[in-house]
Design a protein around this ligand. Structure first.
Ligand code: NAI
Length: 313
């Protein structure tokens, strides 16, 4: 019989997880504190699965109808978690709301069910230190939109039992995501720490009048980005010389001295913020954000297909 996954919180991310788990044949039970959110989620999942099937982008071997048949809603938290292999918490990123949801979950969960949180920013130990099931708590942080961007950061708290992240990693691989396992918790996890370094330097270059907003974004989208869609920073370096030692022989001292000139971390406020907002809005007015998001997701869909194709080369 298919194993069951419980989803707590049926918003954007809860819906994506539900589709991903069902694509690999798991039974999914969706819960939300707002019952109408569950109904809304089921309707939207149905229309998304049908559209994915129509456009031949549906993941997994099952039909849209079969996948939909694996997903059900419930208005009872206990029903959502009972017998589940894992419960994926997907409530809003507001600490008090998350803590309340986790306390409610903790009261009804029983071993060996794993409690996994989708949090983007909260440290696992902050979320779980008072839970009686804290040894089976872990973070599994997806990247939006998870259906097309496959990375999942798995982050344990100091007291998480070692089998828990191992099982979650295996689960992520089974559903076709690409997990990375942090050995210990750290603020921002890995992805956001790297993203913040880039954002800080981009901000400094605009603030210091080196490049304008449109051009600095091209440095990523037309320069680093295309490479980084396929190779990480380290492999890029390895290939850019005759291996890593040769790369460091050639470039390490320059990298070190340029890095010393980076300057302090910007506060991202005041005049620089006003200027960046004005330039961004000239390029993409606020009323066009939704349209541009749809374009971004269409690009990511095509990129995910290309990545699949090159993986098999
Ligand atoms: P959302 O606001 O779309 O959905 C949250 C849902 O949780 C709502 O349906 C709300 O009714 C429900 N909820 C609130 N309190 C609850 C409770 N006590 N019990 C059950 N359900 C409850 O939020 P979204 O964007 O789906 O984010 C969920 C989590 O995923 C957050 O931790 C966020 O940081 C993380 N995440 C979000 C990403 C994004 O781009 N949106 C990307 C990666 C992670």
């Amino acid at each position: 019989m298919a194993e069951t996954i419980g989803i707590v919180g049926s918003g954007l991310i809860g819906r994506s997880w539900a589709m991903l788990f069902a694509s690999a044949g798991y039974k999914v039970k969706l819960f939300d504190i707002e019952q109408k959110q569950v109904q809304c989620a089921l309707k939207e999942i149905e229309s998304q699965l049908k559209e994915l099937e129509r456009t031949k982008l549906l993941r997994g071997k099952l039909s849209a109808k079969e996948q939909l048949g694996l997903i059900s809603g419930t208005s009872n938290l206990k029903d959502c978690v009972t017998g589940a292999f894992l419960v994926q918490e997907c409530t809003p990123e507001i600490l008090e709301i998350k803590m309340k949801a986790l306390r409610d979950l903790d009261a009804v969960v029983q071993a060996p069910t794993i409690i996994s949180s989708s949090t983007s920013t909260h440290m696992p130990s902050v979320l779980s230190k008072s839970l009686k099931n804290k040894e089976r708590f872990v973070v599994a942080h997806p990247v939006n939109p998870p259906y097309y961007v496959r990375l999942v950061e798995i982050v344990p708290a100091p007291y998480t039992e070692s089998w828990v992240p191992v099982k979650v990693r295996a689960l992520m691989e089974t559903i076709g995501q690409v997990p990375v396992s942090l050995k210990k918790e750290i603020a921002g996890f890995s992805l956001n720490r790297i993203q913040y370094v880039i954002l800080n330097e981009v901000w400094r270059q605009v603030q210091d009048g080196i490049l304008d907003v449109a051009d600095v974004d091209k440095v990523m989208s037309e320069g680093l980005g295309p490479r980084y869609a396929f190779l990480g920073a380290l492999e890029t370096a390895h290939l850019n010389a005759e291996g890593m030692v040769s790369y460091c022989d050639r470039y390490a001292s320059t990298i070190y001295s340029v890095s010393q000139s980076m300057g302090p971390t910007p506060h991202m406020e005041g005049k620089a913020l006003e200027d960046i907002q004005r330039q961004m809005c000239e390029r993409i007015p606020l009323e066009k954000l939704q349209e541009r998001r749809q374009w971004r997701d269409a690009c990511l869909t095509k990129l995910s297909l290309l990545k699949k194709e090159v993986e098999s080369l």
